[in-house]
Design a protein around this ligand. Structure first.
Ligand code: CTP
Length: 130
């Protein structure tokens, strides 16, 4: 039984999110997703998400490719989360390439290519401009 773990904000859910989660799940038998808390997102991206962490977790948990979700409260605790969930593989988008290589001592680290031309930020910009 191989457990895959990944992390993200997953605000204003879009197909790039679905693609990475589907591909992450295909690398193992079980996919656990750490969803950034609202407070962490403000630190990380400088703004509050459109959807609350409770709503984002509810959406992610409902996906066929996802087996479990939890709130990620601290970027510095990634190692603890990986150990707590007994993850064998950490998957991140290649926008983070090389940034998580330090965790290779506790699990396999795989960066998957991002889906081109879509992001939460670009969706928000389009909606704002209309
Ligand atoms: N992701 C992806 N392809 C995209 C957008 C996101 O594979 N086009 C992946 C990211 O690499 C990350 C996960 O989805 O592993 C969650 O990313 P997140 O930062 O929540 O989404 P973005 O759309 O990149 O959000 P933002 O524009 O706010 O940075």
């Amino acid at each position: 039984m191989k457990t895959v773990i990944t992390f993200g904000t997953f605000d204003v859910f879009h197909v790039g999110h679905l693609n990475i989660l589907t591909r992450a799940r295909a690398l193992g038998d079980r996919l656990i997703v750490g969803v950034s808390s609202d407070a962490l997102n403000i630190t990380k991206k400088g703004r509050a998400p459109i959807y609350s962490d409770a709503e984002r977790m509810q959406i992610i948990a409902s996906l066929k490719c996802v087996d479990g979700v939890f709130a990620e409260h601290s970027l510095a605790r990634k190692g603890d989360y990986i150990r707590e969930h007994q993850a064998d593989i950490l998957v991140m988008g290649d926008d983070w390439l090389g940034r998580f290589d330090g965790y290779k001592t506790i699990c396999e680290v795989i960066y998957l290519p991002r889906t081109p031309s879509i992001s939460t930020t670009s969706i928000i910009e389009v909606v704002k401009g209309s």
